[in-house]
Structure formats: structure tokens, C-alpha cells
Design a protein around this ligand. Structure first.
Ligand code: 5GP
Length: 236
């Protein structure tokens, strides 16, 4: 591969492409949890996340949400627009789970209506601390109008994804998004939208079909990812 590696994250690698304003994201088979404290390699995991992300980015673009997605070049390589990423993790929660239940007196599964938006500063060494609007503005990460725009986009993504997953008999409990600015300064959804970054509960059985299966060591992670892909109508 002639492309130069620009960045290797925990589960994806980003390469320069033949076009200056486009990059190639390769979804690897690595899976990690607890800020990289637990690590494994699962054959075909990259493919599941790449294919599901590509499908969801396509649906989001059609619904008017600007994303970095251009096309899937092969089962694990995604061609994207280059973005200057904003180091924030925007988490939308439809039900209480995970850190919200650990840190606050919510019941697991408690519906949150309207959905909660929680924003973390993306920094593994600091364990992604939660920030508020004032901290984001004081750090100069976004202007006030951009911050509102980012939250509005996150809620629009939630509306679209909830509908898609409900039709697949899956309950979208929560998910994490990352945004960046394109060459024109426009905010776009970047990174990935996959089972690695969301909680999906089966509506029939309540079981998790997402990375919690790996975090909690409760079963067959790849089998769970395959079931989500299948329910979205992807032939793998
Ligand atoms: P929690 O704050 O409960 O750990 O996570 C809330 C949601 O955001 C979950 O769906 C979780 O998968 C996702 N999330 C939070 N932080 C990260 C992160 O650093 N990486 C990934 N991939 N997902 C995250």
C-alpha cells in the first residue's frame, strides 16, 4: 500500500490518500476496552464495524446529517473526507446505562426523555473526563454557535438511528459520536458509528448486542456484532 500511515488508534488506522482532502480509514480486527486495558483481536470484527458504519453514514447523509463518509473501498477500508477533529466525545443517552449508572443515582435501563447529551474530553491519559459547555468554550474547542450546532446534529443522529434500530427490533440505549471540521470549516460527523461505540439491547430478550459483551465478558462478541449486521440487512 503506497499510502502513508498518519495515525493508528486502538481499532482503526488512518492513511493519507491520493487526494489531499481525503483519507483512508482502515477498520482493524483489534478490540479494546477500559482505555486499552483489555485488548484482543477478533477475526472479521473490522469488517462488521466498517460495513455497519458505512450503512449508517449513508442513511445519515440521506437524512441531511453531514458526515465524513465517501465510500467503502473494500470490506475494511473507508474513504472519508479529511476533517480537523474536535477532541470531544458527544454521548447521547436514551436510557441510563454504563457510566451514568455508575456515577449517578439512575436505575439501569431508566428511560431518559428527552435524551441526555453528555460530552467527554477525548484523552485516554485523563480517562476522557466529562466536560460542560463552559469548559468547552474556555478551552476554545468550539464557539457557542458551533457547540449548539454539534448538539443539534447529535440529536438528529439519535432520531435517525433510533428509527433504524427500532425497525430491526433493537433498542438504541446510548452512543458516542465524534465531530470535526472539513476544509470549509463545516462541522461533520466523523470517526465511526458502530457496535464499538453504542449500546444496543435486543427488544425481545434485553440482551446486549454491542461492545458491552466484550467489556463484561458475557459471551460471543463477534456473534453479537454479526446479529446486528444481519438485522440491518447486511449480507456478510
Ligand atoms: P459510558 O459513558 O456509559 O461508558 O458510554 C456511553 C456510550 O458511549 C456507550 O455506548 C459507549 O460504547 C460509548 N463510549 C463512551 N466512551 C467511549 C470511547 O472512548 N470509545 C468508544 N468506542 N465508545 C465510547
Amino acid at each position: 500500500m503506497s499510502e502513508e500511515l498518519l495515525y493508528a488508534g486502538k481499532a482503526k488506522s488512518v492513511y493519507r490518500s491520493d487526494a489531499p482532502d481525503e483519507l483512508v480509514v482502515v477498520f482493524r480486527d483489534d478490540i479494546t476496552a477500559f482505555d486499552g486495558g483489555k485488548k484482543d483481536v477478533l477475526s472479521r470484527k473490522g469488517e462488521y464495524n466498517a460495513r455497519v458504519s458505512a450503512r449508517l453514514f449513508e442513511v445519515l447523509e440521506k437524512a441531511g446529517v453531514p458526515t465524513h463518509f465517501l465510500r467503502l473501498e473494500d470490506p475494511t477500508r473507508m474513504r472519508v473526507r479529511r476533517l480537523a477533529m474536535v477532541p470531544l466525545e458527544v454521548i447521547v443517552r436514551n436510557r441510563a446505562a454504563g457510566s451514568l449508572v455508575r456515577n449517578y443515582p439512575f436505575e439501569s435501563g431508566q428511560p431518559l426523555a428527552p435524551p441526555l447529551i453528555v460530552i467527554d474530553y477525548k484523552d485516554d491519559a485523563r480517562h476522557d473526563p466529562m466536560v460542560n459547555d463552559e469548559i468547552i468554550l474556555a478551552l476554545g474547542l468550539l464557539g457557542r454557535a458551533e457547540l449548539e450546532e454539534m448538539k443539534g446534529l447529535a440529536l438528529r443522529v439519535n432520531g435517525v438511528l433510533r428509527g433504524i434500530f427500532a425497525a430491526a427490533d433493537l433498542d438504541l440505549v446510548d452512543f458516542k459520536l465524534e465531530f470535526g471540521r472539513d476544509d470549509e470549516g463545516r462541522l461533520r460527523l466523523g470517526d465511526e458509528v458502530s457496535m464499538d461505540s453504542m449500546r444496543l439491547w435486543s427488544r425481545e430478550t434485553g440482551e446486549s448486542l454491542d461492545k458491552d459483551v466484550y467489556r463484561l465478558g458475557t459471551g460471543d462478541v463477534l456473534g453479537a456484532y454479526a446479529r446486528v449486521a444481519e438485522r440491518l440487512g447486511l449480507e456478510m
